[in-house]
Design a protein. Structure first.
Length: 298
């Protein structure tokens, strides 16, 4: 039976020794889920201890862990890159301690090469990781952030363009492999996110709650490579997206999971206004979801 909390609204929190303390400070604001993001620093953390502390910090609040995130380049072989790969393995193996079945991050890429040149290495790394995850009931979700790269070159991620998704999911055709999608990363490359969402909704495992503002007057005058910024990452409720439409399409596509707000990007609601903006985004997304769940009469 469908329920409002089939789609939870939460936020991203830093993963590490201070996670539990951070959660204690913000859990009363009404967040329903948290993504714990460790960046590229999973290795060196006592993950079981963090899981126990997070569980204690949440207590009896109706809050879940939407995903565990590791963001680096697991396809290359420097010591730091190998730690990122090990981070994927650690989070997959320990996801159950947090009560989640989603591990998210970047695909990585062969540095400085076009996206198709990374597909063989992507399969070498993620085919076994995907099987490892499937054995533990875990799903893997790739964020659609370019990290400054493009089709021809980059350092971190190939999963930022739908043509790349076709190559990736053809190379590793697994049901537990999908996307950590957000409209912002598509909008800032002038892709319309709504047709894309409808096409790819069955592959979306987790969402980042982040929007964008596109200044079309700047695009028309200077283009997207000129001296004037044409796009800004925004907290939901302050950008161009209609999240009522996004959540409606998610529901029609059968999505169930978390939309976790990715803060710390908005050009206005940042610094002292960061949590003000995030809580506004939280309440805005709850309203776009339809508000509080109301049972039907018998």
């Amino acid at each position: 039976m469908a329920h409002t909390l089939d789609i939870r609204i939460g936020t991203i929190v830093p993963g590490g020794p201070s996670t539990a303390n951070y959660i204690r400070q913000i859990k009363s604001y009404g967040f329903e889920s948290f993504e714990l993001t460790f960046g590229d620093k999973v290795v060196g953390n006592d993950i079981p201890r963090i899981a126990a502390e997070v569980k204690e910090a949440i207590g009896d609040a109706n809050i879940t862990i939407g995903a565990l995130g590791v963001y680096g380049n697991p396809l290359e072989t420097t010591p730091g890159d190998l730690d990122v790969l090990r981070g994927w393995e650690i989070l997959i193996d320990n996801a159950h301690l947090f009560g989640t079945n989603v591990v998210s991050g970047f695909t990585g890429r062969v540095r400085g090469k076009p996206i198709p040149d990374s597909i063989t290495r992507f399969k070498e790394v993620f085919a076994p990781l995907t099987r490892r995850a499937a054995d533990k009931g875990v799903r893997l979700a790739f964020e659609n952030c370019s990290m400054g790269g493009n089709w021809q070159t980059g350092d971190y991620n190939i999963a930022h363009n739908p043509a790349a998704w076709e190559l990736m999911f053809d190379a590793v055709p697994a049901d537990n492999l999908g996307l950590e999608w957000e409209p912002c990363h598509q909008m800032v490359t002038l892709i319309d996110p709504m047709p894309q969402l409808r096409k790819w909704v069955k592959k979306i495992i987790h969402l980042h709650g982040k929007c964008a503002t596109i200044r079309w007057d700047v695009v028309r005058k200077y283009g997207f490579e000129g001296p004037v910024p044409f796009a800004f990452h925004r907290t939901p409720g302050f950008g161009d997206c209609n999240w009522t439409d996004i959540i409606s399409d998610l529901r029609m596509g059968g999505f169930a999971g978390s939309i976790d707000i990715e803060g710390w990007h908005d050009p206005v609601y940042r610094g002292d206004l960061e949590m003000t903006g995030q809580v506004h985004g939280l309440n805005y997304l709850k309203n776009c979801r339809g508000g509080e769940f109301i049972s039907n009469p018998k």
